[in-house]
Design a protein around this ligand. Structure first.
Ligand code: URA
Length: 271
């Protein structure tokens, strides 16, 4: 694919707010009102979520003792993840009780896309919308992600070279959109690893610092890791910013565009 500004790319630059024409699309809310994290990999803290939704924080409660929480019964990760097929793996995730997130989730979020997709996109963890829908990236960040993918000819519905399978590091929502804990990332890693083995993607896009933590075992900032090709079990990995962060940060949108171009070049070289 050439790197000229064709229609799709122009659409993506527009979507990413890299204005190729001066007028912003009518009716689009200002970015500051979008309920998305402020820093790469950072999720909103509960008060920020309330503020971003235009709600007021609940008044201090009267002196009543909090309702007792039912104890969460945890179990080890299911045995045999490394040999599971897609159906067994999805079932194992749905029934997983290996960490405390199982006590607060509404749904597990396994992943979505063709099992023959060449591209794997890895985000961090389900948010409130994803927890309700049982599907990754269904909010504002997901819309941006879909438009970015569309600009390079990919979609969740596409197959092979046009297909992007979308999954998260964590399969359950951290309460109040807090950051994933390191032990949660470690605990959930075998599921993602098996997804990679089953999918056999030709390339992985690691979006945000928790994807990087899980896939590359690195705590380096995204800015230091992007711009070169990494590897996860023999699969090339391109690191980029999380779409939720891109919704708020103009300079990083241009860099994310460069990251996508680099991923396309890697795919062209492989073809
Ligand atoms: N952010 C993520 O990383 N994943 C989702 O599924 C939604 C938001």
């Amino acid at each position: 694919m050439s790197l000229e500004l064709d229609e799709r790319r122009v659409a993506m630059l527009m979507e990413m707010n890299l204005k190729v024409w001066s007028a912003a699309p009518a009716g689009q809310p200002p970015e500051s009102r979008l309920a998305e994290p402020a820093e790469p990999g950072a999720r909103m803290q509960p008060q920020a979520v309330i503020a971003a939704r235009g709600e007021t924080a609940p008044a201090a409660r009267e002196e009543t003792s909090p309702a007792p929480r039912a104890p969460i019964s945890l179990q080890p990760l299911p045995a045999g993840i490394a040999t599971m097929d897609w159906a067994a793996l999805e079932q194992a995730v749905a029934g997983c009780r290996a960490c405390a997130l199982c006590g607060s989730r509404k749904n597990t979020v396994f992943g979505v896309g063709s099992q023959r997709a060449d591209w794997l996109v890895v985000g961090e963890a389900p948010g409130e919308n994803e927890d309700l829908a049982g599907e990754p990236f269904v909010g504002q960040a997901g819309k941006l992600l879909d438009n970015m993918l569309k600009a390079i000819g990919l979609s969740r519905q596409g197959d092979a070279a046009q297909g992007a399978y979308v999954a998260n590091v964590l399969k359950c929502r951290p309460p109040a959109n807090r950051n994933p804990l390191p032990e949660e990332v470690t605990q959930c890693e075998p599921y993602l690893r098996r997804q990679v083995e089953l999918l056999q993607p030709k390339i992985i896009l690691a979006l945000g610092r928790f994807a990087v933590q899980s896939l590359l075992q690195s705590n380096e900032p995204i800015g230091k890791l992007r711009g070169r090709v990494h590897e996860y079990h023999g699969v090339p990995v391109i690191v980029s910013y999380h779409p939720a962060y891109l919704l708020r940060s103009l300079p990083e949108k241009a860099k994310a565009w460069a990251d996508l171009c680099m991923a396309l070049e890697v795919m062209q070289r492989r073809a």
